[in-house]
Design a protein around this ligand. Sequence first.
Ligand code: NAP
Length: 523
Amino acid sequence: MMVRSLAETLAQTALAAERGADLVELRVEQFTHAPDELIELLDQCPLPCILTCRPTWEGGHYEGDEATRAAFLQHVLLGERGEGDGVTRPPVYIDVELLAYQRSPEMRDLIARIVDHPAQEHPARVGLILSSHDFEQRPADLLQRVEAMLEAPECRVMKIVWQARSLRNNLEAFEVLRASYKPTIALCMGEFGLASRVLAKKFGALLTFAGLDDDTGTAPGQVGVATMKQLYRWDAIDRDTQVFGVIGWPVAHSKSPQIHNAGFDAVGHNGVYLPLPIPPEWEHFKATVGEWVADENLDFQGASVTIPHKAHLLQFVREQGGEIDELADRIGAANTLARRPNGSLFATNTDYGAALDAVCDAMQIEREDLAGKRVAVIGAGGVARAIVAGFAHYGATVVVYNRTASRAEELAKAFNGKTGKVVAAPMSKLCDTCCEIYINCTPIGMHPDVDASPMETLPKQTTSQTVVFDTIYNPTETKLLRQAKEAGCVTVGGIEMFNRQAAAQFELWTGKQAPAEVFNVGR
Ligand code: NAP
């Protein structure tokens, strides 16, 4: 945390301890005017500390010269005249940049006198973290930097950090951790780097960094300590932890990490589930997922796959010689990647099953009882396609209504006659239908457009037996569902489908029943 005042930092360190932090990094570059207060802070700090005064040339705020920085640190650690009357509870580590170690005689001299290392002649209780940061990309000389830090005799801990440009960078950070013979911190910054922060422990890192809150970290991509501990289950992670995630673009808003991580916790499955952003193009998907599944040490066991990669998943698994669920293949989209015990890949689509079960549970019938039922599907996009395929597969008669009539016709043609009957009808006829089940597969009514409904009025023929299913789950009760409730119909919200598709993925990956209290699936 950035130190700006004694009182504020003491309060923040107490909070960090309360939230489960074991160690705190004090970034003191904006506090160099008050070395005596810093001594007081170190002496009173409720947690062991790392002391860091990061210069601007390495991404920090310290603007002075090296001689002044060394004198300030000496004042704190050894007293004003360097005679040992500085701090009484020294930090566990002091972090100094590799470049300063290599180029600054003043910092080198300070290090020689204050840190504990094999050739140290003075009593010293501070360990040296040598660090190297690149805020743009993976440094071209990554391995040389690592080697220099490993070879520095005073360096107790090596720290290498860079801005990730893709999820693949995390694998390199793990490789650095695995290959190191000194305590090491290897992290990637930015939205692509979260895996390196959460999985650091799996690969034997000395520590990971987390902010006091999600928004107050000291580096891009840092999450809060509570998120790290509770959402990503930091304490439960070990070398055998299996890795899962949600692949999409964007994925930061996804609620899936909350559900699946809580599920792992509830059933005691040694896994962690992360947001995995992959840019929209097939090449990115292929290269990233290819490297992640090929990395044996990672133990990447499965993923939820969302927009825009559902078709890419099918192509990828096909190219890898894996197995594809037949209906997912016909739908042309898969939302789930899983690994078979023999390591081979399997792609399936849990959306259609989830939609079928959400409706069947509300009607208290089995999937087979859908045969002959008349279903109106509004929309002809990705979700509509999965739903049409599912209902037609069980022999229902499906009528597709869509703003763009040609898309409705194409969809109907793709699934008509395989098992059930699928036809397209003009949107203007929607209110004249006499279907038993109505399903909204458009975003009409979704947040923030919550006063919109795909049907101005419900068809006259609706009865208390009619089912109205809105696939939208934000808000949980849409205008369409309110209209249906008022008309006395059976209603099904999109969350029912969302929870079921997630539960089916969980069961596929873990072999365990999805805990009802987490997935809210009343089965
Ligand atoms: P999509 O592929 O973009 O398809 C959207 C469909 O809605 C298209 O048929 C489009 O018609 C139609 N549409 C869009 N805006 C419209 C408007 N203003 N008026 C009339 N029609 C409109 O989207 P998707 O992936 O199928 O997702 C559809 C909805 O499903 C999402 O909005 C989301 O709420 C919901 N969903 C639910 C879950 C769940 O688990 N419950 C999961 C995913 C998605 P055109 O063909 O004319 O463009």
